[in-house]
Design a protein around this ligand. Structure first.
Ligand SMILES: [Zn+2]
Length: 300
């Protein structure tokens, strides 16, 4: 079990998969300077980069966040049995994700909040599961939180989107629409306090309605940043986006703002795709920042 403590809050990583990205480094990162990249090889290889195939290693996991009031699942990976032929890594998965969630001590019925930082396919998958040929909410007692702006960005029934991008529409139909139809979705406008410890804030750029979650428990703080950063190389090189950052300039400024916040507040960074040990403290440097990885079980 991979668990971190933030004050009295327990944070557990629930893995869906970890391995090489579908894309080579130059195709995945935009604006990458290969000479600068090579300087990082001593710490990148072998955990964060596989030089033999020139691919970054990324994880796809959810964060199970347990306070004395809430059991939250943050980001929902790619899910099982979804048709994603354009993304081989997420196509027709059959992964014991819910078994891993149970092993961590949480049954689907125990989750009271699901938070999707954004509505990309690798963050909404476990929102739903297949039951008798229908997509139904996986977490029957949960409120599903995501931004209204993000929902409007993806809703395929605006204009001719459904005709223009059937794959995107299918993703929305199988992983987002069922939780709206069931009445379990709460669309957020701007910042939203879950309680006095947990605050959802806009973090746009990767997608227009991307949000992050800040946790403050006693003297300890954490930021669950979704895809504000994909890979730890971006801590050192915050001007490198990924091909999936939809508003590049805004993605850069949000990334820098989040890294500055973590450095100033000594808040631990919990991204959705960093390989082991998945979590880092952030220190500001002359240019960029430095990740100091924090192993599960250790305190700062
Ligand atoms: Zn992602």
């Amino acid at each position: 079990m991979q668990t971190w403590m933030i004050g009295g809050t327990t944070v557990t990583r629930i893995e869906e998969q970890i391995g090489p990205n579908d894309f080579g480094v130059d195709a995945f990162l935009t604006g990458v300077d290969r000479e600068r990249f090579e300087r990082h090889l001593p710490w990148l290889v072998p955990i964060h980069f596989d030089p033999a195939i020139d691919k970054l290693i990324t994880s796809n996991h959810s964060w199970l966040i347990r306070t004395d009031r809430h059991t939250i699942l943050l980001d929902c990976c790619a899910g099982n049995h979804k048709e994603r032929p354009w993304l081989p890594r997420f196509h027709r998965l059959d992964v014991p994700f819910l078994e891993r969630l149970r092993a961590a001590g949480a049954a689907p019925e125990d989750i009271d909040i699901v938070l999707c930082t954004h509505l990309h396919t690798d963050h909404v998958g476990w929102n739903t599961r297949l039951e008798n040929g229908r997509w139904v909410p996986t977490f029957p007692n949960a409120r599903y939180l995501f931004s209204r702006l993000e929902n409007d960005h993806w809703n395929p029934d605006i204009g001719d989107r459904r005709q223009r991008n059937p794959g995107r529409a299918a993703m929305y139909d199988d992983s987002v629409l069922p939780v709206i139809v069931s009445g379990q979705a709460d669309l957020l406008d701007g910042a939203h306090a879950i309680d006095d410890r947990l605050m959802i804030e806009p973090a746009p750029g990767h997608t227009p309605g991307h949000v992050l979650l800040k946790l403050r428990d006693g003297a300890d703080e954490a930021v669950f940043c979704g895809d504000v950063l994909h890979h730890p190389i971006q801590v050192h090189e915050p001007t490198w986006n990924t091909r999936f950052c939809e508003i590049p300039e805004q993605a850069l400024s949000t990334r820098r703002r989040v890294l500055e916040h973590c450095a100033e507040r000594r808040a631990l960074l919990f991204p959705t795709h960093f390989a082991a040990p998945h979590v880092a403290a952030i220190t500001a440097q002359t240019t960029g920042f430095r990740p100091d990885f924090v192993a599960p079980g250790s305190r700062r």
